[in-house]
Design a protein around this ligand. Structure first.
Ligand SMILES: Cc1cc2nc3c(=O)[nH]c(=O)nc-3n(C[C@H](O)[C@H](O)[C@H](O)COP(=O)(O)O)c2cc1C
Length: 206
């Protein structure tokens, strides 16, 4: 590229950057960070009850130790349950269970025994007292390791003690999305599925 071409390219870039514009987003700020994988958080509650709450504000935090963060609204019954017993199972639903997941997120364990009302089938976990959802496609058995109050929510940091998956639906890299799918929460009643087609990034931009 000679000098004239270089100047031309610079000028073109300057003009292009003047043309690029953003507009202020009028929706709730987090909507642009959705859709998000939804989990079902199962806890042990006062009065020997079990509770189940869907949560899409969840994220792996560290590998060593293995941890997962979940933001829990402090008004939720789940918050009381985690204070009562600091363990939880983080259950991964399949997309076929989306109606149930939505319902479980629309009522509180403060008002309804959701396990009985929605006939949630539970099985014993391996290393913690909190049961596992029998119909999950995968489950993490966890213990509360840390917490951080932020606004109206508390970010619970769960240490992962055991990870289990139903046979034949995952390899060491991921869930096999040609065999099953998971609910990605959009907004309200809207969920998405994972497109099983893989997009491989090039190793280099050159
Ligand atoms: C798909 C979905 C995702 C949700 N994600 C969260 C979340 O990440 N954190 C949260 O506090 N509430 C979340 N909610 C709302 C709770 O599930 C809802 O408040 C529930 O009634 C709380 O149950 P509990 O009071 O029995 O604990 C979500 C609801 C739905 C339907």
């Amino acid at each position: 590229m000679n000098n004239i071409e270089r100047r031309g390219t610079k000028l073109l870039n300057a003009v292009e950057s003047l043309c690029v514009s953003f507009i202020e987003y009028k929706g709730v700020f987090y909507r642009l960070l959705h859709p998000r994988p939804t989990i079902l958080l199962i806890t042990l509650c006062p009065g020997d009850r079990v509770n189940a709450m869907p949560a899409s504000w969840n994220l792996p935090i560290s590998e060593e130790p293995p941890t997962i963060g979940v933001a829990v609204y402090r008004e939720a019954f789940t918050y009381q349950c985690l204070n009562h017993h600091p363990e939880a199972t983080i259950n991964i639903p399949s997309i076929d269970q989306v109606d149930l997941i939505y319902q479980l997120g629309s009522v509180s364990g403060k008002d309804v025994d959701k396990i009985r009302e929605f006939q949630i089938q539970l099985v014993p976990s391996d290393v913690i007292k909190v049961p596992t959802w029998r119909d999950a496609i995968a489950v993490y058995e966890t213990r509360v390791m840390n917490r951080l109050d932020v606004g109206e929510s508390t970010l619970f940091v769960f240490e992962v003690l055991k990870v289990k998956v139903k046979p034949g639906i995952a390899d060491e890299w991921s869930i096999d999305f040609s065999k099953t799918n998971i609910p990605l929460h959009g907004a309200g009643r809207v969920f998405y599925r994972v497109d099983p087609r893989k997009v491989f990034a090039r190793k280099s931009l050159k």
